[in-house]
Design a protein around this ligand. Structure first.
Ligand SMILES: [Zn+2]
Length: 260
């Protein structure tokens, strides 16, 4: 633990014990260390509850509610004596504490790290704005996140713990389709799905384009059989309702069935 800037250390020169209990799927982060769901930690000095929680392996953007000795608390609460702490993820707040969650919902703009390319593509298919910068250095991801008010998607929990991260999420599943459902549930986006509105390749918005304007870029059979086209405003990719459309529509319906 870093030296505390939070006050006179002489006030708390004797060690004290905090007990943290993690609820819901936050145990995902604890499992990696082979510990939890209740963890005891001995502290030597005043420490913010955020720092203590992250020292257990749980990034702050994953925490939606904290109860300290029976009362709601925010991340900046300073611990200075024996304390019992309950930590909840989004979707698990106890019924008696439904107000004032720590995390925002309904965010539709994301930046995904380089390991989540298929997740980014799936979310674009559903119409969400997902940047996936290449190369995806940590600093670059954080800059996009800050400057464009995006939520960070990464399985690098250390990156998610960076102090500048306001909104973010670590997909639990290693599988892109399951990750997609997790993101939609976490940010409560099931009513914001807008299929076929974004380019799967580059995230650009699609706009209707006249066949006459698209025809020079089409294969011969596509010219014959299709009349309606959309073009990506950014990269120029053309989309039409070919055989791939039915497959993608089936994928979208498969996702929708899991959003509830
Ligand atoms: Zn594009």
């Amino acid at each position: 633990m870093n030296p505390s800037p939070l006050g006179d250390r002489s006030e708390t020169s004797h060690p004290f014990t905090v007990s943290l209990t993690f609820f819901g799927d936050l145990v995902f982060f604890l499992k990696r260390s082979g510990i939890g769901p209740t963890i005891q930690r001995v502290l030597e000095e005043r420490t913010s509850v955020k720092d203590v929680i992250e020292a257990c392996g749980v990034p702050h953007p994953e925490i939606d509610f904290i109860i300290i000795d029976g009362a709601a608390a925010n991340f900046s609460r300073v611990l200075k004596e024996n304390t019992a702490i309950e930590v909840y993820p989004v979707g698990f707040i106890p019924a008696s504490f439904q107000s004032c969650p720590l995390q925002r919902r309904n965010i539709t703009k994301f930046v995904a790290d380089g390991h989540l390319g298929k997740l980014a593509r799936n979310l674009r298919l559903l119409g969400f704005d997902v940047m996936s910068p290449t190369p995806a250095e940590d600093q670059r991801l954080l800059e996009f996140m800050q400057h464009e008010n995006r939520a960070l998607l990464t399985r690098d929990r250390r990156l998610l713990m960076h102090a500048v991260v306001r909104d973010g999420f670590c997909p639990r599943s290693p599988y892109p389709d399951e990750q997609t459902v997790e993101v939609v549930r976490r940010f409560q986006l099931s009513n914001s799905v807008s299929p076929f509105s974004r380019c799967l390749r580059c995230n650009g918005l699609l706009q209707e384009v006249a066949k006459a304007d698209a025809i020079k870029d089409l294969e011969p059979l596509t010219r014959i059989y299709y009349e309606r086209f959309r073009r990506c405003k950014d990269c120029g990719q053309i989309y039409w309702r070919g055989s791939h459309f039915d497959k993608l529509s089936a994928r979208i319906e498969g996702f929708r069935a899991q959003f509830a």
